[in-house]
Design a protein around this ligand. Structure first.
Ligand SMILES: [Fe+2]
Length: 424
């Protein structure tokens, strides 16, 4: 835990120093975990919950955490749990980009029910809120802002024991964040997006049922698909990646290129929805056990300030991240080879790889420049210092394979404004 004088664990100077070097192969080689929940995948996934849920709950009391937009899906889950003989309650109070007080309200509901199974039914905000609810419900003695993935003094994981209070199942209703499979939750604190991370926050089970993503409209399908592409691309180019995470990232990228256009064009294409649910989960496993790239630091900061959807924002910055880190690492050559991109030299391969990403993003209706996202140069300039402050403060900056300075971020945002090549 950090000292009480700090707000968030990511602001602890020791942890910031640790995270800037912890991805090095030598350090990762000493001892690395690979975290994943049990997966239940397929068109009858949620129906199978009837047999599975009682095995994760001693007292047979389940709180279903959701939001008002997908409450109907939560009710389907509730009827399955009731068939299994469980006492259930739905809390549909999650609000987008959940602030801390929203999380505390959810934990209070869990406390009143004495739930020992939490079932999150929703997109990234719902699953992230549910993880934070889980933590506060089980450990109200802790300030969730100060829960750290590792203890900065001992460099070991501090056990939280949250499963002694409840277990968790996540059922995603969008294919994007991969939150159902990661140890991470993004929480809003004031005007900032902050990251909660602890290995115990990996859910016990994730259910990937394509029927639960069938109603997502085309634009949101495209934006959440960009989140998948950003997770997988950032992860395979990261120095945190390893022999387990890279193939998962490649397969996620392959599935996005093949199936996202179909899912955007026809929301009822159940095969495309199914493949995108798997892609999202694989990308989640990939970056959750490695790290995303600086497209996430930029996207978190930019999305918060300019109110842009997370997936849209991180997707927009992905081609610029690829170019930036290519000066420091030739991993993009392996990615290009996987995607069948060739060229006379590294620069040509990189240019073609970036063109492939940009034309794909345009084909599914996503902006590839800040200008295309509807932000004027005047708006950018007025917010530039705060934008760079937030980006520098994001933990994804610390995990970049190529270090980033304030000046480099300024140049990257300017390249992304009109779509210029990153050649520094
Ligand atoms: Fe993301």
């Amino acid at each position: 835990m950090t000292t009480a004088s700090q707000n968030w664990w990511t602001e602890d100077p020791k942890l910031r120093m640790l995270f800037s070097v912890a991805g090095a192969t030598g350090i990762r080689g000493l001892s690395s975990y690979f975290f994943t929940p049990k997966l239940l995948i397929g068109t009858d996934g949620v129906k199978a919950l009837e047999g599975v849920a009682p095995t994760l709950s001693r007292n047979k009391k389940a709180l279903i955490i959701t939001d008002k937009m997908v409450r109907k899906l939560a009710e389907k889950v509730q009827s399955v749990l009731q068939k299994a003989g469980m006492t259930t309650e739905i809390w549909d109070g999650v609000i987008p980009e959940p602030p801390l007080d929203n999380v505390l309200a959810g934990a209070e509901t869990a406390r009143n029910l004495e739930a020992d199974l939490l079932v999150a039914v929703g997109g990234g905000s719902v699953m992230d809120a549910a993880k934070a609810v889980w933590l506060n419900y089980a450990r109200p003695d802790l300030d969730i802002r100060q829960v750290t993935p590792v203890n900065p003094d001992t460099l070991t994981v501090t056990p939280l024991g949250i499963r002694s209070r409840a277990t968790m199942i996540c059922i995603p209703t969008t294919s994007g964040t991969g939150s159902e499979t990661t140890a991470t939750a993004v929480i809003t604190d004031g005007s900032r997006k902050m990251i909660l991370n602890h290995p115990e926050l990996v859910p016990d089970m994730a259910i990937l049922d394509p029927a639960f993503t069938a109603g997502v409209p085309p634009k949101l399908t495209a934006y959440t698909g960009m989140d998948v592409l950003a997770h997988a691309t950032g992860s395979v180019l990261s120095h945190w990646s390893n022999e387990y995470t890279v193939p998962l990232g490649y397969q996620a990228i392959n599935l996005v290129f093949r199936y996202l256009p179909r899912a955007v064009q026809n929301g009822t294409d159940s095969e495309a929805r199914y493949k995108m649910a798997i892609a999202s989960n694989m990308a989640g496993m990939s970056f959750g056990n490695a790290a995303p790239g600086i497209e996430h630091a930029m996207g978190h900061a930019f999305g918060k300030i300019f109110n842009l959807h997370h997936g849209c924002a991180v997707g927009l910055f992905t081609p610029y991240m690829m170019q930036y880190v290519s000066r420091h690492s030739d991993r993009f050559l392996d990615l290009a080879s996987y995607l069948g991109v060739t060229g006379a030299d590294g620069r040509e391969v990189l240019d073609k790889l970036v063109d492939l990403y940009i034309s794909f993003m345009k084909s599914v209706g996503c902006p590839t420049t800040i200008e295309e996202a509807g932000i004027t140069r005047d708006q950018l300039d007025k917010n530039f210092e705060r934008l760079i402050d937030y980006t520098m403060g994001d933990v994804c900056t610390l995990m970049s394979i190529r270090p980033v300075s304030r000046e480099n971020y300024r140049k990257l945002y300017l390249c992304a404004y009109t779509g210029e090549k990153v050649d520094f």
